[in-house]
Design a binder for this molecule. Sequence first.
Ligand SMILES: Nc1ncnc2c1ncn2[C@@H]1O[C@H](COP(=O)(O)OP(=O)(O)O)[C@@H](O)[C@H]1O
Ligand SMILES: [Mg+2]
Length: 386
Amino acid sequence: MSNSANSSPNNSMGARLDKEALPASVMVLDALPHPVIMVSEANNQILYNNVAAEAFFRAGSASLQQKTIQYYLPFSSPLLALIEQVRRTGSPVNEYRVDVSSPRLGQEQIVDLHVAPVVELPSAVVILFQKRTIADKMDRQLTHRSAARTVSGLAAMLAHEIKNPLAGIRGAAQLLEMSVSDDDREFTNLIKDETDRIVKLVDRMEVFSDERPIERDPVNIHSVFERVITSARSGFARDVEIIEKYDPSLPPVFANRDQLIQIFLNLAKNSCEAMVDVENPKLTFTTAFKSGVHLSIPGTNQRVSLPLEFCVKDNGGGVSNDMMEHIFDPFMTTKTNGSGLGLALVAKIVGDHGGVVECESKKGSTTFRVLLPAYYDKSNVELSEN
Ligand SMILES: Nc1ncnc2c1ncn2[C@@H]1O[C@H](COP(=O)(O)OP(=O)(O)O)[C@@H](O)[C@H]1O
Ligand SMILES: [Mg+2]
């Protein structure tokens, strides 16, 4: 297709055209993580869609552009009224937190809508959907990543500056032990125990300074949960009812298996610790496939699809509002013997995998949701990289 043909609005629409020949406007629209569509006056037929709209509407450009917007939305949808309003008044409107859930778009589709007229095409209307949950998640995820980076610098410093002198102190205590009375040996033992405790803490922090790329393979999440549940049952979850709700057809997750086990052990342990005073403690593991969830990688033009959703849910007391904002920060703990490193490590590992973790909590119901990329073979790779 030639450039001149492309410059007419009707022809610049194919999202899958030869990239070389695309005008900048189309490339910009395709780079946007938000679905954008244009509908015609004639029955709101979809005239244009960007790449993000394909995931949102769960259909390719070719099929989208044969449909009307009513095909995807219930007749009473507030979006239809907005489109009419824009046509009538000729001025753009924004509407926040609009529910566009429908059988075709799925449940819990809460979006911000930006609806605007098109000057060159009278009565055509452009709609930009901004998915609330994704916007919120991205903001929070970027904060967690910077928190993890702060720890990684600190951890590297601690490892050098603390572990060496500690080894000296412990060695000296061991020497003293041989020459002191039995009564005083209590103190040399104290020195040894406390230095061991600090070394262990520093060791736990050292994982944060590990910047090596992770080794990833296709991993069956259900085998990971099986491992986690087996060790939970024999330890911290001994008196807890464990419920498993799995989507058996889930594709493998592209991840490091040991690190996945670590994530869900940390989450499950926190849940059980939050349920000590609960009468019927219940720990629920769920897996599900959610299409249309994407994360942009800062500093690149890449976007990853995060269709795999893994949740750990408990019916404990919940997270307080104060704690919620800092829950993934290192050293944030409400426990007497807590380290506050469990969730910071979860955030670091999930971030290293290019995923997202978030927490939703009210009294009696706390859910930690981990979204990760799936493993696709080459023939399907377009899905994960577009
Ligand atoms: N499932 C949960 N329910 C309620 N609070 C939680 C839950 N998970 C984590 N928290 C809160 O987050 C804090 C940080 O957790 P974490 O980073 O694992 O550190 P630690 O477990 O050592 O305190 C906990 O002290 C607790 O207050
Ligand atoms: Mg913990």
